[in-house]
Design a protein around this ligand. Structure first.
Ligand code: NAI
Length: 252
């Protein structure tokens, strides 16, 4: 896949799935903007990749998202592909404490998870779409999760947010498809990243979890990155408003 001359923006680009996607886009010739709350890590990755820039952003803040796209505009003059991927789970705000049942979920945890995972995607889209419209279109991929399809106990906020992202994705596809903007989602299964690795690798948990995955392994961030880059490529030119599930067969 050739992304020479294409300008790409990846949120949550400093770690895990985002960082793997940044690397793949850069290897395919794209100019990549790495946007992340962890500005230092974004800078470090940008230094490794020719033509890449870093951008500190909190996607919960709509003004930050506008400033992020302004940075891309100034640096690259256009935006061809956006991967809205920054995300957290309930476990993040609770810092390792067990997630309580839904009726006991602290309101600030609900607001933080919805704020990053759903509002954040909306704030990014409303900043990105005008630039894509101005420069003739583009391709957008939003990160959902298996929890856009099924749920588990004690994941109310994350499940609600990820279902929301899928709905938002479909709306954008319908609303902007006639102006050459495609919008799709990717649903990763269980991916070994800093978001999940302390949970999924616990010895009492790991084997039973692996047994639910027909391919018998957790995904590597690169497994998801390949799906994202393809969705953004010309090869996926007729794919719009759908979700590509990269879960090793879990949902089958
Ligand atoms: P990760 O923790 O390795 O990377 C997430 C990145 O998002 C980090 O660099 C973090 O600094 C950044 N981030 C978090 N909050 C932010 C904010 N408010 N503003 C800007 N940046 C922020 O996690 P991973 O696993 O790579 O997750 C990426 C996406 O994939 C998330 O949306 C997550 O929900 C989703 N996902 C992950 C799965 C997994 O098993 N790891 C499974 C399904 C979905």
């Amino acid at each position: 896949m050739d992304f020479q001359g294409k300008a790409v923006l990846v949120t949550g680009g400093a770690s895990g799935i985002g960082a793997a996607t940044v690397r793949l886009f850069a290897a395919a010739g794209a100019q990549v903007a790495i946007a992340d709350r962890n500005a230092q890590a974004a800078q470090a990755l940008a230094k490794e990749l020719p033509g890449a820039i870093a951008c500190g952003v909190d996607v919960m803040n709509p003004d930050d998202c506008l400033a992020m796209v302004d940075t891309v505009h100034k640096a690259f003059g256009r935006l061809d592909c956006a991967f809205n991927n920054a995300g957290i789970t309930e476990i993040g705000p609770l810092k390792g404490a067990p997630v309580p049942e839904t009726h006991d979920l602290p309101l600030d945890v609900w607001r933080q998870v919805l704020g990053v995972d759903l509002d954040g995607v909306f704030y990014c889209l409303r900043a990105q779409l005008p630039l894509m419209l101005e420069t003739g279109g583009g391709a957008i991929v939003n990160t959902t999760s298996l929890q856009a399809h099924v749920s588990y106990p004690r994941t109310a906020a994350y499940t609600a947010a990820k279902h929301g992202v899928f709905g938002l994705t479909k709306t954008i596809a319908k609303e902007y498809g006639n102006r050459n903007i495609r919008c799709n989602a990717v649903s990763p299964g269980v991916v070994d990243t800093p978001l999940t690795n302390t949970v999924i690798n616990q010895p009492e948990y790991k084997d039973s979890l692996l047994n639910t995955i027909p391919l018998g392994r957790f995904a590597e961030p690169e497994d998801v990155a390949k799906a994202v880059v393809w969705l953004c490529s010309d090869g996926a030119g007729y794919i719009n408003g759908t979700v590509l599930v990269a879960d090793g067969g879990y949902l089958a």
